[in-house]
Design a protein around this ligand. Structure first.
Ligand SMILES: Nc1ncnc2c1ncn2[C@@H]1O[C@H](COP(=O)(O)OP(=O)(O)O)[C@@H](O)[C@H]1O
Ligand SMILES: [Mg+2]
Length: 354
């Protein structure tokens, strides 16, 4: 017998064989939408407002401890503060017989990010979706909140490729000790990399091993910058193709410099890029060496400007070129260390963990 059972004919819900008395709730239960490790989600209706809703019921017991309603409400209140059209709205939450917790959400018509990605979405559409997810997650982190279980099935894509993030913070019932910052980082990272799977493998631009052990707040900017850096490399690829076709080189010096400048800027904005790899890709491209020298000196000057006085970088950065990137690599590492220092994660974050 499954932990949950919803009878679509009688509209009765059983959790661990116990019939849930939901008749006085003000909501009608209609059909099952999904269920997982944490609970069952039903499509229902607000009887007074005649509005379709999604109602989630949690399992009553986890590891033989009685669930704590105060903890449930604490977590639910955090989610209720998140007022965004990218995050599923929560309308109501309650506890039945001190054991059965449920919450009523806005009903979202859409498909999971996982399904959406299976339909071979083009790069631009995937970047739009990625941008929506990670701009939102940046804001959520600024409020001191983590998602707790972000993955391809907790993101729904609605019409017009809009995004709704669901299952926010509620994994606290299923998970206990392993719910850590490390896990949050890895989930955030894996979601982005699955959206950019093809390009991520093709260009291999990130210092993944460093990102994996960085605070979760580092991942949204890293993903946003990654998609833009890839965009620039796609422009460079186009330039290579046009040269192969022996067409006139219509790319102006100005266009090439602006690509290079943008690459430097993005690389320094989130300092988790593999600079050697970027320089290697530039060297393999049809760009003249002078542009590669420019990338090295722009990136060095930008890194220096972000970590020290203006006078220092003015004298140093002119020495950098493609044959001498040690100084750049050192400065970039220092920039990353300074960047990471911003996150006093232990003190700052209120998390969904126990
Ligand atoms: N508000 C909603 N609107 C529409 N479908 C939803 C909604 N919330 C959840 N679902 C569906 O139910 C599934 C399970 O819900 P979720 O909250 O992720 O539960 P679990 O904790 O079991 O993963 C989701 O993957 C999604 O398909
Ligand atoms: Mg889920």
């Amino acid at each position: 017998m499954s932990k949950y059972h919803f009878d679509p004919d009688t509209k009765e819900l059983f959790i661990c064989d116990k019939k849930i008395n939901f008749s006085n709730s003000g909501y009608k239960l209609n059909s099952e939408i999904g269920h997982g490790a944490n609970g069952i989600v039903l499509k229902g209706e607000d009887s007074k407002l005649n509005r379709t809703v999604a109602i989630k019921f949690w399992l009553p017991y986890k590891e033989k401890t009685k669930p704590d309603p105060d903890k449930f409400y604490n977590e639910i209140r955090k989610i209720a503060q998140l007022d965004s059209d990218k995050i599923v709205k929560i309308y109501f939450a309650n506890v039945i017989e001190e054991s059965y917790f449920y919450a009523v959400y806005e009903f979202v018509q859409g498909e999971s990010l996982k399904k959406w990605l299976e339909n071979e979405q083009d790069f631009i559409s995937r970047c739009f979706v990625l941008e929506k997810i990670y701009n939102e997650m940046k804001e959520v982190h600024e409020k001191g909140i983590y998602h707790g279980d972000l993955h391809e099935e907790n993101i729904l894509i609605t019409s017009g490729d809009n995004v709704k993030i669901i299952d926010f913070g509620t994994s606290f019932f299923a998970r206990t000790k392993d719910d850590s910052h490390q896990r949050e980082t890895e989930l955030l990272l894996n979601t982005g990399l699955s959206i950019l799977k093809h390009e991520y493998t093709q260009y291999n631009l990130l210092e993944i091993s460093i990102l994996k052990v960085s605070p979760p707040e580092c991942i949204p900017p890293a993903m946003l910058m990654l998609s833009k850096v890839i965009e620039n490399f796609k422009k460079i690829d186009k330039l290579n193709e046009e040269l192969d076709e022996n067409s006139d080189d219509y790319w102006e010096d100005y266009d090439k410099h602006s690509i290079i400048f943008s690459l430097s800027d993005l690389t320094c904005e989130s300092p988790f890029f593999n600079l050697e790899r970027i320089i290697q890709l530039l060297k393999n491209s049809s760009l003249d060496d002078k542009y590669i020298d420019s990338f090295v000196s722009y990136t060095l000057s930008d890194s220096l400007a972000r970590i020290c006085e203006v006078e220092t970088y003015n004298t140093v950065y002119k020495k950098a070129n493609r044959e001498n990137i040690d100084l750049l690599k050192l400065t970039y590492t220092m920039l990353r260390i300074q960047y990471l220092r911003k996150f006093n994660t232990e003190a700052k974050m209120s998390t969904f963990k126990d």
